[in-house]
Design a binder for this molecule. Sequence first.
Ligand code: GLA
Length: 395
Amino acid sequence: MLIPLNGTSRITEIETRFTALFGMQPTILVRAPGRVNLIGEHTDYNDGFVFPAAIDRDVLIAAAPRTDRQVRAYALNFNQSSTFTLEDIQPATEGRERWSNYIRAMAWVLHEEGLGTQGMNCVTLGDVPLGAGLSSSAAMLVASGLAFAAGAGLELEPVRLALLAQRAEREFVGVNVGIMDQFISALGQKDHALLIDTRSLTYEAVPLPQSGVTIVIADTNKKRGLVDSEYNTRRAECERAVEILKESLPEIIALRDVSLADFERYADRLPEETRRRARHVVTEDARTLESVTALKAGDITRFGQLMNESHYSLQHDYEVSCRELDAMVEAARSIEGVYGARMTGAGFGGCTVSLVATEAVEKFQQEVPALYKQATGLTPAIYVTTAAQGAQRLK
Ligand code: GLA
């Protein structure tokens, strides 16, 4: 399904196909990347901290405004077209046009927020693996937002763009996500991960080591079946924990406000399962902040340990891992030179992220797939990645 082309040839491909389909040149070209979260999982809807990087895989959209109120879209990944009118934006229910819901969602949110929209011809081409937990949907939303903004002559601040994309996903697509994925897709910086405070929406770009260490993503190729319903259940459990802890800590608004010490003091007031959920969030926020301190001090070993601890907590306290993610993490850690490995994203399938000594990457690529296949019967995909720039208008 994916069309693996490098940057320049993908641009040539999308522009050529646009011209062939619409009989005109595209006047707009935008890109928005997927992401990998290094640490800080399931903290963003608790007002906490996350530490993701944009990856070198993205969604490209070539577009040209139309004089009417129609949007005509074509997805090269599916060889499918989809048309809708800006006068009455409805979700596509037809299975083969579902990809267009992200474009529809962005048009809808721009309209809802009183920002202009303009009819448009567009072609999309993505190489973010779909449904793998690398935020192909956030990339599609952010890229669509940029394309519509360009078409209507709107200047959107990147944080605003991220918030619009989040609202679009929540209210139009119907998944109650946090802000991490859209934020990093819109604001990512080359060679950096961003420490994002998801409450204030401020962030710090932290440089990643440019030699010696490599980020390796491993896709379990396990489809993330349960993710939507379990995601919403976890959110509700976190809210429940806040309600109960508020009786002892009236000033808290979200789990982010609960210190480790306060958690220890009052944890026994929570039912057992709620307690484990809350413990994950409270400890994950602390790990995320500590991991950034470690990284800045050049202590990759500590960073890796914190990634491992994060996985353990997601596995046992938050219970969003699965057999395949655990097997991949175990396979990764068996390779000498792996500093740490954990699941990344919402869980229940999708990908792991490992921090690997660069000289061990080849061995990782050779050995992890076989170990993983032995354990699960599934063939994984390995992506060696670098931190990429966030969304951009290229033309
Ligand atoms: C998904 C959501 C994010 C975040 C992660 C878990 O990717 O879109 O907002 O909650 O799960 O960290």
